[in-house]
Every structure is written in structure tokens, then in C-alpha cells.
Design a protein around this ligand. Structure first.
Ligand code: HEM
Length: 500
């Protein structure tokens, strides 16, 4: 980077800080820390810091980190603002590099609120609504049989088997195609593009993120741009290859590619559609895997609960066949268990940040346009006013409560993949608990207080469990159903020409 540019950038940095404070002074902002937030965030995770600030400043806090940020820590505030004022609170914070330059503004999850996002969301709704999700049940059921077969052969493969399952399901949702392993070109291509997006979103990585006026420099002087545009050209080729392969199938399985075709020309270009249908890969794998993992960790560490779950499964299903989706309505304790897992250890604890598109006010405070707004899911899940004794794992609290969408975020941005995600969690976890007795394995015992962070998602730290078939019939049933599943899954397999 040349010197004059650097001096210009530093001068503007100072100006930006002064302007934020000047604007802040004109507003009555929610309380919060006013000092060096960057330094703190370098040392403590946002989740822990928000918790400390919630205790100190109350349910609605604000601070500035190049932009104005508001954190909503209680259900009254999230409902009043993120849910009920969706016309103002449904945008996303601007991501100059990852969204605008690297993705050409085509990734829905980071799209600002507006007509383009609505068209993108229409595709997600068409292919992932509660009724559309039913179309994927057959595939999810067959793949879950494969998971059980893997686990029977080698329980140490639990992590890989769950990840392969979630990946295979997401790719079949997008492209109606089954992949057999994580080395498949479709996995590699989607992963590479997603990783570049993650890398480019890392705070502080690019100066232009803090000083977007650098975009007004003549293009040849925008030193950050060429490398990003080369990556974008490669990602675009990758996504187009996969979308075209799915479109060209004569008898395609239901998937986003088939639902989205009608949008091509009617509001979206082919490239935009190709980006839109790639969304499940980035948003639906870590979330689903982490939820399934927490469910198993909670079952292992609460043997009384595991016992109740297995008794219910045996009573409803018996021991001569695997659980299916048709059994779900008859399994109230199991359904309550999954809700409690998602409350106790929410996998997207701060949701995805929203942003405001107009000035507004709440509880006597101003929330200016352009504010980044976090709905603190973790704080809501641990609020004793909503969930008494919140640190106790108690599925019974959800018996008789069917609606529980809080783990999936807020308002107009609520997770569009929730029905598919819940189906995956149900069929895999119910079948594992039906088939196996679970116990902690020595070495890497499951823990409730050890986490791994995967971007916005948080799962349990790597753990090992021992899985023992609950009776002699399990192996026989899995052998029969496994062979049949493999045969039928062939219907989802097809070659991709030109894959990188
Ligand atoms: C199973 C566990 C899952 C959980 C807990 C979860 C949670 C969330 C949350 C909290 C958000 C942010 C909502 C907000 O901004 O307020 C979100 C967004 C999103 N999720 Fe999920 N999710 C899950 C699975 C999935 C699956 C399986 C898919 C795809 C099939 C998916 C696709 C998406 C997309 C595309 C968005 C962005 C929506 C937008 O910006 O308009 N998610 N999810």
C-alpha cells in the first residue's frame, strides 16, 4: 500500500471516530461501554463480553466499533424491534469485501433488506418451507440409515458420519444430488467458496471495510480488488457448473435448483440464481451437526433422560424396525428433548446480526439508522423469567409446547432452513438413540462447558462416545435396510461435467 493512501486512511479513521461520537452525542443511545471495545474483543469472546455488559448495563446496550452496535438481551426488546418492526430492523451490516466485492452482492445471508433480498428469499421459501421440507424426508431417512450402518461398524466415525450426513442433505436440497464422500468436487467447490467468504468477513482484515470511501479511488488504485475479483470469477464458475448440471437433469429430484429455475429471467440472472441455491451449504451444515452433537452430549451426560427417551421410542416403535418421520407426533418427550437441547446449548448464540434502515427509538433510547443489532439468543434462553432454573437441563419444560422458533432467529430474517434442519436432527438422533446405548468414552469425554466456534456457530468441543447396539436385532435390521437404502439412494446420483 502506498504512503499517501495510508495517511489518507489514518486521517479518515480519526474523522470516522469523531463523527460516530458526534452523532452519538446528538442521540440518546442505550447505555454501554464507551471505551476501548476493540481491545476487549481481542481478549474475550463477544458472547462473554455481552453477558458482562448485560449484567452491568441492562437488557439493551450499545457501543461503537467503527459502527454503532446495539445488543438486545431480552425477549421484550427482540420481539418489539426485530419481530414487530421488521420494516426497519431486517437489514444486515454492510460487508464491503465479503459481500459486495467477493460475492458481487449475491449472497442472501449478507444482503441488505430490500427488493433483491426478497427475491432471493422467495427461492429459499419455495424450496425450504414447511411443506417443501416434506419432499426431502425420503432422502433424509435413507441417508440416516447409512449413518447408523457407519456407526455400527465403527463408532469412532461419529463426527465424520454426522458431517457427511449434513453435507449430503444440504447438497441434495440445493442440487438434488447425492455425494458419497467429503472429497466430492461438489463439496470441495462449495467449501472453497464458503471458506473464502469467511476469510474475507474476518473483522479488521481489510482497510476498505472500515473506510468504504476507498471504493471511490480509481479502480487501478484499489489494491485489494484484483485478488478478490479473481476469486469471485472462480466461485461464479463453480456455482454455475453445479446449477447447470442440476438444471440439465431430465428427471430431477425436488431441490432448490428446480424451484429456482422460474426466477431466472423473472427478476434474477442465471448467476444470481446459482449463488442463491448455494445458501444451504454455508448456513445449514455446521448448525445441523452442532445441534445433533449437543443432543448426543446431553443424552450421554443425563442418563435418566436417555432412559426416558429410549423407553418412549421402544413403546411407540418397538424393537423390530427403525423410527420414521411418521412416528414423530407420538414422541412428545423426544420432541421436548430436542427443544431443550436447542435452548440449553443454542448453536447460533448471537444469531446473525441485523441492521437498521431508518431511525427508531425504544424504551426512551434512540437507535439510529445504520445500527448493527444483535438479538442475543443465548441471553434469552438463560432468562429465568422465561425459563425458570435455566441452567438445569429439563426436557419436561417443553412438554405441551409445540412452537419454539427462537433458536432460529428473528423476524423477517428467521432461518428459512429450520424445517429441513429439524427434520435432519429428528431422524438422526431418534435413530441413534433407538439403536445404541450411549456412554462416555474415555479420553475425550463429552462436556457441557467445552465449545468450538465455527464462525457464528458454536458446537461442543470434540468428544468421544461409546455406542453399543441395544440388542441383537439392530445389526440385522441395519444390514437389511442399509442395503436397500444404498440401492434407492442411487436415484440421487449423477455426474457433473466440468467440475473443478
Ligand atoms: C438446524 C439448526 C439451525 C439453526 C439453529 C439455525 C439458525 C439460524 C439463525 C439463528 C439464523 C439467523 C436469523 C436472523 O438473522 O435473525 C439463520 C439464518 C439462516 N439459515 Fe439457519 N439454522 C439452522 C439450520 C439451517 C439449515 C438446515 C438451512 C438450509 C437448509 C439454513 C439456512 C439459513 C439461511 C439461508 C439463513 C439466512 C437467512 C437470511 O439472511 O434471510 N439454516 N439460521
Amino acid at each position: 500500500m502506498s504512503n499517501p493512501l495510508f495517511i489518507l486512511a489514518i486521517a479518515s479513521a480519526a474523522l470516522a471516530v469523531i463523527l460516530i461520537h458526534a452523532r452519538g452525542a446528538a442521540h440518546r443511545l442505550p447505555p454501554g461501554p464507551r471505551g476501548d471495545v476493540i481491545g476487549l474483543l481481542g481478549k474475550t469472546s463477544p458472547l462473554e463480553l455481552f453477558e458482562q455488559w448485560r449484567e452491568k448495563y441492562g437488557p439493551v446496550i450499545s457501543f461503537s466499533l467503527f459502527k454503532r452496535v446495539v445488543v438486545l438481551n431480552d425477549a421484550q426488546a427482540t420481539s418489539a424491534l426485530l419481530d414487530k418492526r421488521g420494516d426497519i430492523f431486517s437489514s444486515r451490516p454492510r460487508l464491503v469485501v465479503a459481500h459486495e466485492i467477493l460475492s458481487g452482492g449475491m449472497r442472501g445471508i449478507s444482503m441488505p433488506y430490500g427488493a433483491r433480498w426478497r427475491t432471493w428469499r422467495k427461492i429459499q421459501a419455495a424450496g425450504m418451507s414447511a411443506s417443501a421440507a416434506l419432499m426431502y424426508r425420503e432422502h433424509q431417512t435413507l441417508e440416516s440409515t447409512v449413518v447408523l450402518g457407519e456407526l455400527l461398524a465403527d463408532a469412532t466415525r461419529l463426527d465424520t458420519a454426522l458431517r457427511l450426513f449434513a453435507t449430503v442433505v444440504m447438497l441434495s436440497v440445493s442440487y438434488g444430488r447425492r455425494v458419497r464422500n467429503l472429497d466430492d468436487a461438489m463439496v470441495a467447490g462449495n467449501r472453497q467458496a464458503g471458506d473464502e467468504f469467511q476469510r474475507a468477513s474476518a473483522p479488521g482484515k481489510y482497510l476498505v471495510e472500515i473506510f468504504p470511501f476507498l471504493l471511490y479511488l480509481p479502480r487501478p488504485l484499489q489494491w485489494f480488488r484484483p485478488a478478490l475479483e479473481r476469486i469471485r470469477a472462480r466461485d461464479t464458475r463453480t456455482y454455475l457448473t453445479f446449477y447447470r448440471a442440476a438444471k440439465e437433469r431430465e428427471d430431477p429430484k425436488p431441490c432448490l435448483a428446480t424451484y429456482a429455475r422460474s426466477e431466472e429471467g423473472a427478476g434474477m440472472t442465471e448467476v444470481e440464481v446459482a449463488y442463491a441455491i448455494s445458501a444451504p451449504f454455508g448456513a445449514g451444515i455446521d448448525t445441523t451437526v452442532s445441534t445433533m452433537q449437543w443432543a448426543l452430549v446431553c443424552a450421554v451426560l443425563h442418563p435418566d433422560v436417555a432412559q426416558m427417551l429410549q423407553t418412549e421410542l421402544d413403546t411407540v416403535i418397538g424393537r423390530s424396525r427403525l423410527p420414521t418421520f411418521a412416528d414423530e407426533p407420538a414422541l412428545p418427550y423426544f420432541k421436548a428433548f430436542i427443544k431443550e437441547v436447542m435452548r440449553f446449548r443454542p448453536v447460533v448464540p448471537l444469531a446473525v446480526p441485523h441492521a437498521t434502515t431508518a431511525d427508531s427509538a425504544y424504551a426512551g433510547y434512540d437507535i439510529p439508522a445504520g445500527t448493527t443489532v444483535y438479538g442475543n439468543i443465548e441471553a434469552l434462553m438463560k432468562d429465568p423469567k422465561i425459563f425458570p432454573d435455566p441452567e438445569t437441563f429439563r426436557p419436561e419444560r417443553f412438554l405441551g409446547h409445540d412452537d419454539f422458533a427462537l433458536p432460529f432467529g428473528f423476524g423477517r430474517r428467521v432461518c428459512p432452513g429450520m424445517h429441513i434442519g429439524l427434520q435432519s436432527v429428528f431422524i438422526v438422533v431418534a435413530r441413534i438413540l433407538w439403536a445404541f446405548a450411549l456412554s462416555p468414552a474415555s479420553g475425550a469425554e463429552p462436556r457441557l462447558d467445552a465449545y468450538v466456534s465455527l464462525g457464528l456457530t458454536r458446537g461442543p468441543a470434540p468428544f468421544a462416545v461409546s455406542l453399543r447396539a441395544r440388542d441383537g436385532d439392530v445389526a440385522r435390521i441395519l444390514e437389511e435396510e442399509g442395503a436397500e437404502a444404498e440401492r434407492r439412494l442411487g436415484e440421487w446420483e449423477y455426474e457433473i461435467n466440468g467440475a473443478a
